[in-house]
Design a protein around this ligand. Structure first.
Ligand code: DX5
Ligand code: ZN
Length: 214
């Protein structure tokens, strides 16, 4: 699978509806929505009311990335706000299995996110429950950071783990993705690429999405 999920964190918040409509008309597959609490990550982005607004205008699934502590507290809230896929950090959950089941019971696709310093092997006993695993290719919190090269090796390890235990599980990559590393990531075994700055800071976002997908 080759999916592109542009990150609205890099959109113009003063013209959010315009940017969502641009994505509706583009070849992108999902809209990536970054929720940050200022505790799990140093930055604060936005919460459920903004997600609800995004849902109102979006014609594609919302891929909601929770960068918040103890995200299990907010599963039903984000379902109500319109999330289709909900990803939670391994590092932010004490009872990850419970949280993943709560997400699926609420009727969403469930994903686990790993920070750059968390090894793929910690997924060994949860991978069979995941619809998706998101590997962070930057330290979470900000758009526009430099891609961490070790990600390629992690994608290959994760692909092996999925082949062994859950072949249907999707692999998503987030952080510093651009038209240069995108083909290498797909080649290594990624299914979904998130791109913030690469899309929104480009001259022609629609064309960049097309390039990323190639
Ligand atoms: C970072 C967020 C990313 C971010 C990616 O913490 O999770 O989704 O928006 O932005 P770029 O593609 O600019 O690195
Ligand atoms: Zn993200």
């Amino acid at each position: 699978m080759k999916y592109i999920s542009p990150s609205l964190l890099s959109a113009d918040f003063g013209n959010l509806q315009r940017d969502i409509e641009m994505l509706n008309a583009s070849e992108c597959d999902w809209l990536h929505v970054d929720v940050m609490d200022g505790i799990f990550v140093p930055n604060i982005s936005f919460g459920q009311p903004v997600v609800k607004f995004i849902k109102k205008h979006a014609q594609k699934p919302l891929d909601v990335h929770l960068m918040i502590m103890d995200p299990g507290r907010y599963v039903d809230d984000f379902k109500a706000a319109g999330a289709d896929i909900l990803t939670v950090h391994y590092e932010a959950c004490t009872h990850l299995d419970r949280t993943i089941h709560a997400i699926k019971d609420a009727g969403m696709k469930a994903g686990v996110v790993l920070n750059p310093a968390s090894p793929v092997c910690v997924l060994e006993d949860i991978i069979q429950e995941c619809d998706m695993v998101l590997l962070m290719s930057v330290n979470p919190g900000f758009g526009g950071q430099k891609f961490i090269e070790n990600t390629y090796a992690k994608v290959r390890q994760l692909r092996d783990l999925c082949n062994r235990k859950n072949p249907a599980c999707l692999i998503e990559i987030d952080g510093g993705v651009n038209t240069t590393n995108a083909p290498l990531l797909f080649q290594a075994g990624a299914d979904v690429l998130v791109a913030g700055n690469a899309v929104f800071k480009s001259e022609n976002p629609g064309e960049t999405i097309k390039q990323l997908k190639k």
